[in-house]
Design a protein around this ligand. Structure first.
Ligand SMILES: C[S@@+](CC[C@H](N)C(=O)[O-])C[C@H]1O[C@@H](n2cnc3c(N)ncnc32)[C@H](O)[C@@H]1O
Length: 332
């Protein structure tokens, strides 16, 4: 299968533009062996991965989650307009760390797996008014959930200089974080993405600006992570997904930067190493299962093909990690 482009027309209640799902063939293959049932697409976006999974695996249904109202609206349109997904796709507007509550509300006891395609979608980046882009001028927003109380303008205009420096360094490994934080504080108030971008660029020494992509990219990423609490909630959400997954089911995660990589590695490694022995004599456990690992890593860390990396800019930094549940019950 070739990479499929999922596009929706530009209307006021849906995403405009398009989003090429990253490593879609590998994701489809990853769910080929899971038991029949519901796979949670925890980051539905434009639903490219979900649609590919539904098309390839008739025994699976998708429960899509997204905190962005526009993504949810586009899913609702897909359900109405696309016969191939109707009756097999459910969508909920929710942040993915509320997975357990959503499953309870829908009376779903166990899932066949989950997919997390982290970060922002192409439409979020491309629509200037969303304020994620350092290239298109817009308000400093960056909230994936438009009901959120903290916007990028709040972070940029109210955080202490030391807090800013810390988050820019830790969320994006930016080596000029202190200089950038100082320049931001000196230039306040800052209300637009291009103004912020110019301040960041001017704070970085000229020779360093010429390498590593757009000089404002890392700082924008760091602020976006702070606004959406992306790293704070990830471990909890992954843990909940692994816990809810049936034996033979899989949890797949696409990450795009080192902060995400560290958390996924940690959660997967601890799930894999968890051999908590159930009590001998427990009526639910057969002797042969004692000491068995609760999960095994199927893909430690896989990059997209060179072809995909050259064709899809979002794929360049992507890493796919997959874990399979090998023993029933919660991990950790
Ligand atoms: C990279 S895009 C996913 C693209 C999707 N796989 C596709 O094929 O179209 C990430 C999406 O996840 C959503 N998202 C990110 N973090 C989230 C979270 N913590 N909870 C719910 N949705 C989230 C974003 O709003 C965005 O729509």
């Amino acid at each position: 299968m070739t990479s499929q482009k999922n596009s929706l027309s530009n209307t006021s209640d849906s995403f405009s533009n398009s989003h090429d799902p990253v490593m879609v063939n590998e994701i489809v293959e990853c769910f080929a062996t899971v038991p029949a049932g519901v796979v949670v697409d925890a980051t539905f976006g434009l639903g490219g991965h979900s649609k590919a999974i539904l098309n390839a695996h008739p025994s699976l249904q998708i429960l899509g989650l997204d905190q962005d109202a526009f993504a949810v609206a586009s899913a609702q349109r897909m359900i109405v307009e696309d016969q191939s997904v109707r009756g097999r796709l459910t969508i909920r507007r929710a942040r993915f760390d509320s997975l357990t509550q959503v499953l309870e509300e829908l009376s779903i006891n166990q899932i066949s797996g989950a997919l997390f395609d982290l970060g922002v979608s192409s439409p979020q980046l491309d629509i200037a008014e969303r304020g994620f882009s350092y290239r298109n001028d817009g308000p400093l927003d960056m909230r994936m959930d438009q009901r959120g109380e903290v916007s990028a303008a709040d972070v940029v205009n109210t955080y202490e200089e030391s807090e800013l420096a810390h988050l820019i360094a830790s969320n994006a490994d930016e080596r000029f974080a202190r200089r950038i934080a100082r320049a931001i504080v000196a230039a306040r108030p800052i209300n637009t993405t291009i103004h912020l971008s110019e301040i960041i660029v001017s704070a970085i020494p000229a020779p360093a600006r010429r390498t590593g992509g757009h000089p404002a990219k890392r700082t924008f990423q760091a602020i976006r992570i702070e606004v959406n609490k992306e790293l704070e909630i990830l471990a909890r959400a992954l843990q909940a997904a692994i816990d809810a997954t049936k034996v033979g089911g899989r949890v797949a995660v696409l990450t795009y930067h080192s902060g995400e990589n560290r958390i996924v590695k940690q959660v997967f490694r601890s799930a894999e190493n968890d051999t908590d022995e159930p009590k001998i004599g427990s009526p639910y456990v057969h002797e042969s299962q004692l000491g068995q690992r609760r999960a095994r890593r199927v893909r430690i860390s896989q990059n997209p093909s060179a072809k995909e990396q050259s064709e899809n800019r979002r794929a360049k930094s992507a890493r796919l990690r997959v874990i399979e549940k090998t023993f029933a019950g919660a991990v950790g």
